[in-house]
Design a protein around this ligand. Structure first.
Ligand code: SAH
Length: 399
């Protein structure tokens, strides 16, 4: 049994928690000094010692922990986690039955009732990500629950503990079962991806962009020249090439991006030589493209929220308008820019304002063709809509 303590919620926050708000905010707790050890189970009480909700203490950039239950008698044990995991699996039945897609999210934090914990599925392997020391303290119960709820080839884990969600590279990511090949090949809508489960913070693909990739392949790529910026392992380029693009150009600063992108082309039967892969700072590439009068029909912009290269520090919140303006200038009239961000601290409306501003400043005109937020497997909590961090807009450059 885990230690449980009582915490007093300030009066002005009580209604929020009663209404189901899942994040335990530092500001809402009157007696913070009672919190000493992460992983402690906390009972949120009003000043008259009446129970409101139960959660755990775990420090993340977002807050001080997550609510787990509104039932005061709930035991936070393997049985509790198994209940949550089973209902998460049920919610994703169509994914488990889909032979064309063998990589998806099985458990999405507070969207599935346990903030700070995600579980991804890669063709029989499970990847558990712990977002705080607090949830990691509960790992024995969580893993026991997962093992009893699924058939698995093997399990892996990633620790993202510090306030910025940085990956902690202190140990082997392998947990149990059989070890995965490096890489294993998974499928997404029939397309192959090479996944490395034990090779640093990222495994090779961001699963939340699945619908965007499919849309590019099925509706936007045919006959088009495609520029994929911040291309990582080239996932967007592969989908564009399979959708019949005339050529893709992938640009990423990281050296590894070349071999990873080549690998993704070749495991999908695409001629690597017919595609261009450029290892360079995107901002330099934009300058080069302008100088050479290069124009593209489809430009994908999916930068990290923060990036530091030798010369520039880029932050999505400050610099997206500038980034868009650079992209607009090398997009053909009638071409499409796929503008994307996973930055959680502004919403779709602010993002749409960035787009408006970028075109206005250039005297251009555009239409929005379609937009995307998180897909179904990245389940969002009813009372925590800000958990839907993804914003993707397909913008057609009219002028
Ligand atoms: N769009 C990718 C994911 C991008 S991850 C996908 O869908 O798979 C962010 C990538 O941006 C990383 O691969 C990183 O190497 C790259 N990056 C960061 N700063 C950059 C810069 N200034 N120029 C080019 N690439 C950069």
């Amino acid at each position: 049994m885990y230690k449980e303590i009582e915490l007093t919620v300030k009066p002005e926050y009580i209604d929020e928690y009663k209404d189901g708000y899942p994040l335990i905010c530092k500001e809402s707790i009157a007696d913070l000094s009672r919190l000493t050890k992460e992983g402690t189970i906390v009972n949120l009480m009003d000043s008259k010692k009446k129970f409101i909700a139960k959660g755990y203490y775990g420090i993340q950039n977002k807050g001080y922990g997550w609510v787990l239950s509104s039932n005061k008698d709930e035991q936070i044990d393997a049985e509790y986690f198994a209940k949550r995991i089973k209902s998460a699996i049920e919610y994703r039945e169509e994914f488990f039955n889909d032979k064309e897609t063998t990589a998806f999210r099985v458990f999405n934090g507070e969207g599935d009732g346990v903030g700070g914990l995600t579980i991804d599925y890669f063709d029989g392997f499970y990847m558990v990500t712990w977002y705080s020391i607090g949830i990691y303290e509960l790992k024995d119960e969580v893993l026991k629950a997962l093992k009893s709820s699924v058939e698995y080839k093997g399990m892996y884990q990633k620790k993202r503990f510090d306030a910025k969600g940085q990956y902690l590279d202190d140990a082997d990511d392998f947990v149990c079962g059989t070890k995965a090949d490096a890489p294993i090949i998974v499928k997404e809508n029939g397309v192959n991806f090479a996944i490395y489960l034990d090779d640093g913070p990222m495994v090779g693909v961001f699963l939340d962009q699945r619908e965007v990739r499919k849309t590019i392949r099925d509706k936007y790529a045919k006959g088009k020249t495609v520029l994929n910026t911040f291309s990582y392992t080239g996932a967007f380029s592969v989908f564009a090439a399979l959708g019949g693009s005339s050529k893709t150009t992938s640009v990423d600063l990281a050296n590894r991006s070349r071999s990873k992108t080549e690998e993704h082309f070749s495991i999908n039967g695409i001629h690597v030589e017919s595609q261009e892969i450029i290892v360079e700072d995107v901002f330099n590439y934009f300058k080069y493209a302008v100088k050479k009068n290069l124009l593209f029909d489809l430009v994908v912009l999916d930068p990290p929220s923060f990036a530091r290269s030798k010369k520039v520090t880029f932050s999505v919140a400050k610099d997206y308008v500038k980034l868009l303006k650079e992209a607009i200038q090398i997009t053909n009239r009638g071409g499409v820019i796929v503008a994307s961000t996973n930055y959680a601290n502004f919403g779709m409306m602010t993002f749409r304002d960035f787009i408006f501003k970028a075109f206005k400043e250039l005297g251009g005109k555009y239409t929005v063709e379609e937009s995307f937020t998180l897909p179904k497997d990245f389940r969002v909590a009813e009372k925590f809509k800000e958990g839907d961090y993804l914003k993707v807009v397909f913008i057609k450059k009219v002028k």
